[in-house]
Design a protein around this ligand. Structure first.
Ligand code: BEZ
Length: 254
């Protein structure tokens, strides 16, 4: 499954602005310096790219979604953005750092290939600083999807994401030519209050590939059932929360 299938760009940007907002600690961890060359892999609409640029770094944003790149270029006309896939990109001149927020879990086809491409895009000593969903990410959401699909007699859905454990990802990084300097694994319940239809909206926006090919008349009742199943775990008095689990790391190219 491709990592650029992140739902509708405008919805992603408005309802899910937290994707960028919660990337701020990652920029702190990256600590970009004036004049450094930074690649923002899976840049989405470019919010973090712009933060890195504001610190004086020369940054290129790359994303597999033409819609995201179009929006990034419109929002930040002075910055550089290109369409590109983490599985298949190369750079003419190596970078000082690669940043990636909430994107690597979409690059699920061959995570080692992605890590190898990042390594090749960095000079020796270059930093790879990223955050992605870790194992157990969205467990309650995914369980509700699985159960609803089963109840409707549908095949177990093939998930488009890759949520590695800290040990697994550290091992991949080390095998891929990186020294891991920091690796954090933590729960980050994330408010979905801007999703009026709760877990169902989350599936519509982020799990759109799961809905492809389903008979049209089944989708709405199926998603209503997802909401019923997810509500005990995820609906609070204040609104819906997604059960996000994060893996955040800083690694250095050997
Ligand atoms: C995440 O950021 O963890 C995520 C977002 C959408 C779908 C799956 C995971």
């Amino acid at each position: 499954m491709r990592w650029n299938a992140r739902g509708v760009t405008s919805a992603y940007d408005s309802s899910f602005g937290y994707v960028s907002a919660q990337g701020a600690p990652l920029v702190e961890l990256l600590d970009p310096r004036p004049g450094e060359r930074v690649l923002d892999l899976g840049c989405g609409t470019g919010v973090l790219t712009a933060e890195v640029a504001a610190r004086g770094a020369r940054v290129l944003g790359i994303d597999g979604s033409p819609g995201m790149i179009e929006k990034a270029l419109a929002q930040y006309p002075g910055l550089d953005f290109i369409i590109g896939d983490g599985h298949d990109f190369s750079v003419a001149q190596p970078y000082d750092a690669v940043l990636s927020n909430a994107a690597l879990h979409w690059m699920s086809r061959d995570p080692d290939l992605v890590i190898g491409n990042v390594r090749d895009a960095l000079q020796p000593g270059g930093r790879f600083v990223a955050e992605l969903g870790g194992s157990g990410n969205c467990a309650a959401l995914i369980a509700a999807v699985s159960t609803a699909w089963r109840e409707y007699g549908l095949r177990e859905p093939e998930l488009p994401w890759f949520f590695p454990s800290p040990a697994e990802y550290a091992s991949r990084l080390e095998k891929g030519g990186f020294a891991v300097r920091l690796l954090e694994y933590f729960d980050r319940p994330t408010s979905l209050d801007e999703c009026p239809d709760g877990a169902a909206d989350w599936v519509r926006l982020f799990g759109a590939p799961l809905l492809e090919g389903l008979p049209g008349d089944i989708v709405e009742p199926l998603l209503r059932r997802v909401n019923e199943l997810a509500a005990p775990a995820l609906r609070r008095e204040t609104g819906w929360m997604a059960d996000y689990v994060r893996l955040r790391f800083a690694a250095v190219r050997r």
